[in-house]
Design a protein. Structure first.
Length: 241
């Protein structure tokens, strides 16, 4: 099976290819230059592998949550490519990618959090099942004080717990205060990787759950990118209390 994965939901830009059972990846910190870097990274990866897009069996898309602009760029690129070569797609969460990398590093539970700005985080708790990250509960966008991880952890298996993602850099103190004990690993610099999306997407293709590219949609988790002026004033006043 030949699968391509693309993720641009955060400041990272990554493209990965599953070819003959091996995964090849290009990963860069792109800031806000995803639209400029992605086409070149995609072309270079396929050229190195000696294949063309029509030889792909399917495409995996990072669908967010994350930067609204970044998510749109990646999803639009995948849809255009998949529709052009008539290949099915699978969408994978950015939080799930973070969790998958942590699980491959030895964690049995991964608490993935991405800074959503506006004093909120995108967050999801994942458990290891047969080497893959499986969501426990729901992904959500919340304030750190509203996080209900302790209740989820009580129902999950014992073993190393990893806290990963930019949400831990922005709100680590508040998030750690919500836990009954400190995680085994805290990696606040972790970013989603397309290689992890391939690991999660491959069984979806094998099970026949891929869809037509026209059905691929972003997973924003919320519909606003900024606070109103009134909300900004209220937030500043709350911080002074």
């Amino acid at each position: 099976m030949k699968l391509l994965a693309i993720d641009t939901a955060t400041e990272a830009c990554s493209v990965a290819l599953l070819l003959d059972g091996a995964i090849h990846e290009r990963f860069e910190l792109a800031g806000r230059t995803h639209s400029q870097r992605l086409p070149a990274m995609f072309a270079a990866l396929l050229a190195e592998a000696g294949i063309v897009p029509t030889q792909l069996d399917g495409i995996v898309a990072g669908v967010g949550p994350g930067s609204f602009a970044g998510v749109r760029i990646g999803v639009a690129f995948v849809k255009g490519l998949a529709l052009g070569v008539d290949r099915p797609v699978v969408g994978i969460s950015s939080l799930a990618m973070l969790a998958q990398s942590a699980i491959e590093a030895g964690a049995t539970t991964a608490l993935a959090a991405i800074d959503a700005r506006m004093d909120q985080i995108y967050v999801g708790a994942y458990r290891e099942e047969l080497g893959l990250a499986r969501l426990a509960g729901d992904e959500s966008v919340i304030t750190p004080a509203d996080w209900t991880a302790p209740a989820l952890l009580a129902s999950m298996q014992s073993g190393p717990i990893a806290a990963v993602g930019s949400g831990w850099a922005a709100y680590g103190e508040a998030l750690l205060a919500r836990l009954p004990s400190a995680p085994s690993i805290v990696d606040s610099a972790a970013l989603p990787h397309a290689a992890a999306a391939l690991k999660l997407g491959q069984p979806e293709f094998a099970a026949g759950r891929a869809v037509d590219a026209s059905r691929l949609v972003p997973n924003y988790l919320r519909n606003r990118v900024a606070l109103t002026q009134v909300e900004q004033i209220e937030a500043r006043q709350a911080k002074k209390l």
